[in-house]
Structures are given as C-alpha cells and as structure tokens.
Design a protein around this ligand. Structure first.
Ligand SMILES: [Zn+2]
Length: 456
C-alpha cells in the first residue's frame, strides 16, 4: 500500500524520543563555528547507523553529507549545529550559565540539525518502503554563525548533483520566509606601524592603532553615502600592548551587510580605500583579507507556496501550561515594549508563544535583517525556508533566553513540527512532477551568475 504523507508525519512522530534526546545531547555539547566535532560526529553516527552513506570533505573537518537512495530528484535537507560564544545558559528563567563564558545554543542550532536529520531519516524510510526513485541527503553544515560553512562547501563542490534544498530555522513564528537574509561579507584589516617609547621617542613611532581608529572614523562617514539598507559592523581584534608603547600592530574586523551581494562588494571596495587612506595618514602599512561573503536569498514563490501548504498540514507546536509559564518567566526578563511589539507582530493573542500559522507576507512587511550562508544555496538550486515556534515572541535569537528555550520542550516541540514539515515537503517533491517543474522554472528565470565569495 502506498505510503501517504500522513504516514510520513507518523513516522516522524515515532521518532519523538530520538529527536528529543538528540536535541538535548547537542545542546549539552555546545561547540562554536569551526569546532563542531562532537556534534558532526553525533549526526554522522546517527545517519550512518540508519543506512545512509556518509560523504566527507577532507578540507572541511566538520562538514559532510549523508545520502540515501538513487536517481532524481536529489533533495538536500540542510542541517546546522554550531553554538555561539558566551551564551552558556541553564534551562532557567534567570540568567544562569552552565559555565560562565562558555558557548551556548542561543540560535537553536541543536534543534535545527536534529529536526533536519530526523526529517531526512523519515524520508529515507519512505523511499525504502516504497522502493521509490529519488535521493535524500542530509547536509551537516558547520560554521553557520561565521556565515562561511555553506559557502566553503559550495566552493568544494559538496552540493553538486542536488536539485532542491529544504531548510528551516527555529524562531518565534510558524512561517515561510519568501525573502530574507541580507547579503554579507567579512573582512580583516591588519595595520603594521613602528613601535617606540611613547614618551621618550614618540616621533619615531608610527601607531597602527591610530590607523585603526582613523579607518573606523572614515567608515563612519562613509555610512551616509551607501545604500540606506546597508549595515556595517566592526570590532578591533588587537590594539597594542601597553599605553607607553606605540602600538606596532593593530587590526579591525568588519562585517558588511546589504540587500544584494553586488552592494556588499561595492561597499567593501570603498572600505578598502578608507583603510588605505588611514595607512597613508599614519605611515603604516595595511594588509586586507576578505574572508568570505554570502548572498541574499533568491526568492522562489512556487516553492514557498509548497512549503506553506506543508506547514498547514504538518501540525503546529502546541504548548502546555507548564511550558507557557516557563516562556512567561523568560519574557519577564525582556523589556515590556519588545514583548508587546513581538506579540503584535506574530499575533499571539496575548500568549507568550505563537499558536498560529503566521502570514506569508509577514517578512515582506518586516524584512529580516540577519544574514545566513544558506542564501548561497538558493543561488545554486531552489531553496525553501520555514520556521516554527521554538522560543517566546519577544525573545531574540542570540540571547541567553533563546539558549534556555532551545534546551527544553519549547524548542523540542518546535523541532518536532519542523521535522514533519521537512518530510512533507520532500514527499511532495518526489510525488508532484508539475510542482517540481514550476519551482525549477521560477528558479531558472531568477538565477544569476553565481560564484562563491571564498578562496582557500
Ligand atoms: Zn541561526
């Protein structure tokens, strides 16, 4: 008897305890971008034991894909598992780190990787039971928080042969992102001056720190003359050793974000000129390194429609009184105005968690201002993104409150819903050739020239 979509949803439901323990295990071993050894190995083992073939890329230690099936279409389910520095937090309504200063899953990537893996396993079981043609791949993508992992994976051809990508992110809403993700790039500027005694022979010194400061001032003036939607952030990553030594070395680290990668590249060229100007003024030298850049998301409305339909069918997370009161305690630590604004945006009807399916247009009216290396995936194949309700409306990602929610049943319930949606989307892609063709047609029409902004 042919497996229906609801059978696939049930298959996910049967894996609930596996899903919860995986969410918890990754949460308990938070690893920052580039260091995801335990997390990547955990997923390699889980999928390997389920009968997936594991394919590694030796130049990217914590990246892999796990493949099952044969023939077309090849569906890539994207997983991530990196944590954020300094966001260690217990499942508690007050700020209480597990280990002070340690990383924590403040973006819920423990949920992200797990729901994607469980979704991929259920799809594998479907292909196996049906003996159907088609391939499913789970992608273990490191370094999302550095916005670099998937860009590097594309550079190393790890996505070659894929037809469709399915992705999701834990959030405060049950929704489809039709657009979202600003393009972004990361660059380092290292200035080299000349050290000297700051009081005895200041005239002999050339301060690299002066150059960093002048560069930052210059960039702050530049802001007025770039597209108003651009964001430029910086930090200094070294600035000398002691006030009585003219700093011979100093550096800054910049992120540039804008709606399109073309804008980012143009702004970066201008920032380079500012850096060179600062070096000229201070008689220092500057070494510029563009680390990588990632693209905006290429919209695909046909694919968004399919994802939205699946969100409707999969069943949204429902929270009990105990969970709601924990959500409430987290919101007590957030400014009231932020909570009210978020509850209005997500139309929570006064509840701390979203209960409903949010509007398709929500982020067209209130565009996302974050970036993700998933944007690049949408330039090489059609990609859809959904989110489910995993933390209270009013809690922002990258906070200790989000870490707390991602470590308990609030996040786990959101992840369970997400796994069902992922399974349903894959089911439709295998079974509905007309919709597949419509998505591919829209992709071909919008596709641009793409090359990953990274060089090893
Ligand atoms: Zn994230």
């Amino acid at each position: 008897m042919k497996m229906e979509k609801k059978d696939l949803h049930n298959e996910v439901k049967k894996m609930e305890s596996l899903l919860r323990s995986a969410c918890r295990t990754i949460w308990e071993h938070p690893e920052t971008g580039g260091n995801e050894k335990v997390s990547a190995d955990y997923f390699r083992k889980l999928l390997g034991e389920e009968g997936f073939k594991i394919v590694n890329e030796e130049k990217l230690e914590h990246a892999f894909y796990a493949e099952y099936g044969s023939g077309k279409p090849v569906i890539a389910i994207l997983g991530e598992y990196d944590a954020l520095p300094g966001l260690s937090q217990k499942v508690s309504g007050r700020k209480e780190p597990v280990e002070a200063g340690a990383p924590g899953h403040g973006c819920g990537h423990n949920l992200l990787g797990t729901a994607s893996a469980v979704g991929a396993i259920s799809v594998k079981r479907y292909l196996e039971a049906e003996g159907a043609s088609g391939t499913v791949r789970f992608y273990g993508c490191p370094e999302e928080e550095l916005l670099s992992g998937k860009v590097k994976m594309i550079y190393y051809h790890m996505f070659d042969g894929c037809d469709f990508a399915v992705s999701w992110h834990p959030m405060s809403a049950n929704m489809v992102y039709d657009s979202g993700y600003l393009a972004s790039a990361s660059a380092h500027f290292k200035f080299k001056g000349r050290s000297s005694h700051a009081a005895f022979a200041p005239e002999l010194g050339r301060s690299a720190l002066d150059a960093v400061e002048l560069m930052n001032v210059g960039v702050n003036y530049l802001r007025e003359h770039v597209t108003s939607k651009a964001r430029i952030h910086y930090t200094t990553d070294s600035g000398g050793f002691a006030p009585n030594i003219v700093p011979p070395l100093a550096g800054s680290w910049y992120f540039v974000r804008a709606p399109y990668i073309a804008d980012v590249k143009e702004i970066l060229e201008r920032i380079k000129k500012v850096a060179e100007g600062a070096a000229l003024m201070t008689e220092t030298e500057v070494e510029i390194k563009i680390d990588y850049g990632c693209c905006e998301m290429l919209e695909n409305h046909s694919y968004g429609d399919l994802a939205y339909q699946n969100l409707k069918e999969a069943g949204l997370p429902v929270f009990d009184d105990e969970e709601l009161s924990f959500a409430e305690s987290l919101l007590d630590t957030v400014p009231k105005a932020d909570v009210e604004k978020a509850q209005k945006l997500y139309d929570t009807e006064g509840r701390p968690m979203t209960w409903k399916l949010n509007d398709r247009n929500l982020y067209q009216v209130n565009p996302l201002t974050a970036s993700s290396d998933s944007g690049d995936i949408s330039h090489i194949m059609p990609m859809c993104v959904i989110s489910t309700s995993c933390w209270p409306a009013g809690v922002a990602p990258h906070t200790w409150q989000a870490t707390a929610a991602a470590g308990c049943s609030l996040g786990e319930k959101g992840a369970l819903s997400a796994a069902r949606v992922i399974a349903g989307i894959a089911y439709d892609l295998y079974n509905r050739p007309e919709e597949r063709e419509a998505i591919l047609k829209e992709f071909r029409e919008k596709k641009d020239d793409y090359t990953p902004m990274y060089e090893a």
